[in-house]
Design a protein around this ligand. Structure first.
Ligand SMILES: *[C@@H]1O[C@H](CO)[C@@H](O)[C@H](O)[C@H]1NC(C)=O
Length: 293
């Protein structure tokens, strides 16, 4: 149920967003993004608008959206989660095309979920394709650092054949596009988002721990944005016009052997949940699971 509520909410938010133009690479917040909601809680931190801070207070969450839509791209930002976070607060860095394709949307998520008892942060990644909102493909991880102490890099690499999530340039998850996934591999142009919102109903301990607004506002800062992909008319269904793009993702050929080893070490230590291990939820595992080590 919570998936539907969430997806619906995100769709509504996107409807409010504008579509406009041109983002250079790498980009400042001012160059590449617009406010999406909670305008008064979206604040640039330097005169050039390189970084942005978004916050959640008892009146509103907030968020931003890239001006352009991309057909395959590397999306990256340095993100710092302010200390004083509590249960129930969700901060995100994700891609979606919900406003153009409300019933068949694609989405790639990095979500920061605060763990109740203080020290331990949880990061969740997820993928939806062509409106597959009933099929969560979640993974959750601990991190080897406290993400509220300093900026760290979080990256979503979305290419025609692979999706890879990275933390500080270490690949933490690779999803190959295999035939059996069909339309469930994201394959329409997407925008990039950063949001912070109240996830009391589900984020921490399955919703048992709510946001405590005595500690608000909760803040998260984004900087060093990278939008390295082919920006395109969002209704374009075919990536052909992007196939000659010189962007890194067009030519991405998968992880190297060394990167796979790094990813393996990370996962052995920090992976706490994978839908591919969840036989209760998926008695027949989703097809790509057979290809994920
Ligand atoms: C996406 O979903 C729609 C509606 O369910 C379906 O008609 C279409 O064939 C699907 N597209 C792909 C690529 O699977």
């Amino acid at each position: 149920m919570e998936f539907f509520i969430r997806v619906f909410l995100l769709c509504m938010l996107e409807l409010a967003a504008r579509i406009s133009h041109v983002a250079a690479n790498p980009v400042s917040f001012n160059q590449g993004f617009d406010k999406l909601f909670g305008d008064q809680n979206v604040v640039t931190l330097d005169p050039a608008g390189k970084s942005v801070r978004i916050s959640l207070d008892k009146f509103s969450g907030s968020g931003f959206i890239s001006r352009e839509k991309y057909f395959y791209s590397k999306f990256s930002a340095a993100i710092k989660l302010a200390p004083g976070y509590t249960a129930g607060v969700v901060a995100t860095f994700y891609t979606s095309n919900c406003q153009i394709y409300p019933n068949t949307h694609d989405e790639l998520d990095i979500e920061f979920l605060r763990h109740v008892d203080g020290k331990c942060w949880i990061v969740q990644t997820n993928l939806y394709g062509n409106g597959s909102v009933t099929k969560g493909r979640e993974e959750r991880y601990r991190l080897w650092f406290d993400p509220s102490e300093d900026f760290h890099y979080y990256t979503i690499l979305w290419s025609k054949k692979w999706t890879v999530f990275y933390v500080d340039n270490i690949p933490i998850r690779e999803i190959p596009r295999i035939e059996a996934m069909g339309g469930e591999y994201p394959s329409k142009p997407m925008s990039l988002y950063g949001t912070i919102w109240d996830g009391s109903s589900w984020a921490t301990d399955g919703g048992k721990s709510k946001v405590n607004y005595e500690d608000s506002p909760f803040k998260v800062t984004y900087s060093d944005f990278v939008l390295d992909g082919c920006s395109i008319d969002p209704t374009q269904r075919d990536s052909q016009n992007c196939d000659n793009s010189t962007s890194f993702v067009t030519n991405f050929g998968g992880l190297t052997k060394e990167e796979r080893i790094k990813m393996g070490s990370f996962r052995a230590k920090y992976l706490t949940y994978s839908y591919c291990d969840d036989r209760k939820r998926y008695p027949n595992l989703l097809p790509e699971c057979a290809h994920i080590p």
